[in-house]
Write a protein that binds this ligand. Structure first.
Ligand code: G3P
Length: 226
């Protein structure tokens, strides 16, 4: 089993908060590594693209890109090329995050490219139907995140447990090789335990940790009930 995909897994999406940019991103990545070392939980960080290289040189836990464009090398100004983030140190990527939605054909191309380059793919979805479609593309993970709960502090594992259970059931039916994560509003150990009890094998989260007074403490609380 590729240890990068070891579950339970916590993927901290740095998004584009100032608290998780540049030097702050490095501090957050080091804090995440310390939590991984202290608890043994598989912690993954997903910084903005320009922060991938400096962070990858400072930590040993997996670094993922937040997005990869459906392009091959060539004239695509301003786009994000898989080979570039991979060479910078990214060993996986979020794909189709609700804040960076993609067409189905583009998701398919990027997932295929991650498989070719042996990178981990986390295909983000917004409901049970899109999770079913995503499973047919053979990603390593499908991360179900109802957009209306993202950044709300209202955890999906408590507010919409049926969407997590429904996603787990349909993906187990369609593609047992794909693991399921859930995200949106997750911030505490209770939220994470509820997610795992619903059948998810990990969580994808952001603001509850990044904007916490002490992100390292918040991460330790998050994994305290695993
Ligand atoms: O990628 C995870 C993110 O969309 C969840 O956001 O702030 O609700 O943890 P947040």
């Amino acid at each position: 089993m590729n240890k990068i995909k070891r579950t339970p897994i916590v993927i901290l999406n740095f998004k584009t908060y100032l608290e998780s940019t540049g030097k702050n991103a490095l501090k957050l990545a080091v804090a995440s590594q310390l939590v991984a070392e202290e608890t043994g939980v598989n912690m993954v960080v997903a910084p903005q693209s320009p922060d991938i290289y400096p962070i990858s040189n400072e930590i040993t836990i997996p670094v993922f890109a937040q997005h990869i464009d459906a392009i091959n090398a060539g004239g695509h100004t301003g786009s994000t090329l898989l080979e570039c983030v991979n060479e910078a140190g990214a060993v996986g990527s979020l794909i189709n995050h609700s804040e960076n939605r993609m067409k189905l054909a583009d998701m398919d191309m990027v997932v295929k490219k991650t498989i070719e380059k042996q990178m981990v793919s986390v295909l983000c979805t917004n409901n049970i139907e899109t999770s079913a479609a995503a499973a047919t593309l053979n990603p390593d993970f499908v991360a179900i995140e109802p957009p209306e709960l993202i950044g709300s502090g209202i955890p999906v594992s408590k507010a919409e447990p049926e969407i997590v259970e429904g996603t787990v059931d349909i993906i187990h039916e369609i593609n047992p090789k794909t693991s399921i994560l859930c995200g949106a509003g997750i911030s505490t150990g209770e939220d994470m335990k509820a997610a795992l009890d619903l059948g998810a094998q990990g969580v994808l989260l952001a603001s509850g940790i990044i904007l916490a007074k002490d992100p390292k403490d918040a991460l330790l609380n998050l994994v305290s009930k695993i």
